[in-house]
Ligand binder design. Structure first.
Ligand code: HEC
Ligand code: HEC
Length: 476
């Protein structure tokens, strides 16, 4: 037994005996958080790295996972159709399946060209609103185009618009003289099919994130998220994250937001039903009406899917399978956590205060089943690297569009687990809320506002240090 292992065992025994129930022997056996999701962790890389179920699921749960998976991946079709279990696509929609944007349960990319003329912006969602608060204090939809742009539609209905993206180069330099180049995207709508948008229209572009591990984020206790905000406020520094509180349709209550780029959704059940509704035009008991505005008569007149052509187009049981599927997607273990460069990068991550927002670790709370997940997610030591709070990230990232309590400059700290696997799974590593950053270093360079000091710390690093920091982040 090496000295280190010996110390670990002794410490583990001490912890079991004394220090609180929430510290477990595993913490010491896995000091680098190699098993990102505790007992749920899978050891996986390559194209399927985000698509495995929790390692500790029962056989019965694996069956539910497989059923949910098929409804996540398969294309929905226009109504009327002989496949009533999967009809009702649209009338307005963006993609035909969840997997159409979350390719391989992974990350979407913005259109490759300089604008979206040649390639429709599928995995890039453009949320819309006008100033003021809507129902439950959420965003107020545009009266004509609703709350997001649908760039596709069924036969006989006009797609709403085309999203055009133009880039402005933002060159910069590291302290050592090395140059870098960021591309600031600007968004515009063209070919508006239903007349002008509101003059005060607010737009928020968002890319589809990878989903592995979200069931564990759902299992973090509210008290932990509130504690993050309290501790940051007490520290008195620039980092002052805020809890977003949002309307949760399944529980019909205001809850702490934790999903979406502005922590604008509280539960996987809400996120799933809202995605079926908003992104695919699939109605459910939670969202029973098609999202056609009064200006969209052909949309309102188009045939409905589901039993007897009357909807809901997805039934509660199937919706629950899709929720369960996502809630049990396993985070992958870290790659090479003990490599010298990675360990060096881990120290630099701490020195640059990245962990102030990207909080490394939690022990998950109990899972009641009310949110549709599995008890396999409960009581796990997990390493997501997020505080689930929203932060002012500066003008260059701001979209100017509030989302419940989150301002137009605030964004949720995204979890960093899996960031290094996006390239394996999706063949790119487009990061930040709209995919503007090409890789981890660019993502860091975009940090501003509360994270400006962290970014400046990285600007002063040597090339060797920058590479070590990236190696660490990409090993998560
Ligand atoms: C049009 C592309 C698109 C489609 C189709 C789509 N999503 Fe998403 N998804 C997104 C985007 C963009 C976000 C971020 C939304 C935000 O920030 O408000 C997201 C966020 C999520 C999240 C939250 C992830 C996190 O870490 O915060 C979940 C869960 C999710 N989607 C599940 C689904 C499911 C289930 C479906 C199918 C019913 C689906 N999505 C269909 C684009 C899409
Ligand atoms: C003040 C809080 C804060 C600090 C400090 C901070 N970050 Fe972030 N980080 C964020 C937020 C918020 C985002 C998302 C911003 C957006 O989407 O526009 C983000 C995004 C990222 C992303 C992209 C993740 C993705 O899924 O697209 C990476 C990588 C990242 N941060 C790494 C770091 C590193 C490395 C440091 C330290 C040098 C750091 N961050 C410091 C809050 C912070």
């Amino acid at each position: 037994m090496s000295g280190q292992t010996m110390r670990a065992v002794v410490l583990a025994m001490a912890l079991c005996g004394a220090a609180g129930a929430h510290l477990r022997a595993d913490d010491v056996a896995d000091p680098r958080g190699e098993r990102t999701g505790g007992a749920t962790t899978v050891f996986a890389n390559g194209r399927n790295a985000f698509s495995f179920p929790f390692a500790n699921l029962s056989d019965a749960e694996r069956t539910r996972f497989a059923i949910g998976n098929s409804f996540f991946r398969r294309n929905w079709v226009e109504a009327p159709s002989s496949t009533q279990a999967r009809d009702g696509l649209g009338p307005l929609f963006i993609a035909r399946s969840c997997g159409g944007c979350h390719d391989q349960d992974g990350r979407g990319a913005p259109p490759a060209g300089s604008d979206a003329r040649t390639e429709p912006a599928v995995a890039l969602l453009l949320r819309l609103s006008v100033p003021g608060a809507g129902p439950h204090g959420g965003p107020r939809p545009d009266p004509v185009y609703g709350d997001q742009i649908a760039n596709a539609a069924v036969q006989g209905v006009m797609p709403e618009a085309r999203i055009v993206i133009e880039h402005v180069a933002m060159p910069g330099r590291f302290a050592d003289g090395t140059r870098y180049l960021l591309q600031q995207p600007h968004y515009r709508l063209e070919d508006l099919a239903y007349g002008p948008v509101a003059p005060s229209l607010l737009m928020s572009p968002r890319i589809a994130p990878q989903l592995a591990g979200i069931g564990l984020l759902a299992a973090i206790a509210d008290a932990e998220i509130e504690r993050n905000a309290r501790e940051q406020a007490a520290a008195g520094g620039p980092v002052r994250g805020m809890v977003n509180r949002v309307w949760d349709a399944p529980s019909a209550s205001m809850r702490i937001g934790r999903f979406g780029w502005k922590a604008n959704v509280a539960s996987l059940a809400h996120q799933t039903a809202a995605a079926f509704h908003g992104d695919m035009g699939i109605t459910s008991t939670l969202f029973p009406d098609e999202s056609c505005t009064v200006a969209q008569a052909a949309c309102a007149a188009a045939p409905r899917g589901g039993p007897g052509g009357k909807g809901p187009e997805i039934d509660d049981a199937t919706l629950a399978q899709v929720v369960f599927y996502q809630a049990t997607l396993a985070p992958a273990a870290r790659r090479k956590p003990n490599a010298a460069q990675v360990v060096h990068g881990q120290r630099l991550f701490a020195q640059a205060q990245c962990a102030a927002c990207h909080r490394p670790s939690y022990v998950t709370g109990p899972v009641t089943g009310a949110d549709g997940g599995s008890s396999a997610a409960a009581g796990q030591r997990i390493w997501p690297y997020t505080d689930l709070l929203v932060h002012d990230m500066g003008d260059a990232l701001a979209d100017g569009r509030p989302d419940f309590a989150a301002s137009g400059a605030q964004w949720r700290t995204p979890p960093l687990w899996g960031v290094g696997l996006i390239r394996d799974v999706n063949g790119h590593q487009r990061l930040m809320h709209d995919g503007r950053a090409d890789g981890t270093l660019q993502a860091i360079l975009w940090h501003g506002g509360e994270a400006a000091a962290s970014r400046d710390h990285v600007l002063r690093m040597s090339r060797v240090e920058r590479e070590a920091l990236i190696a660490f982040v990409d090993s998560l």
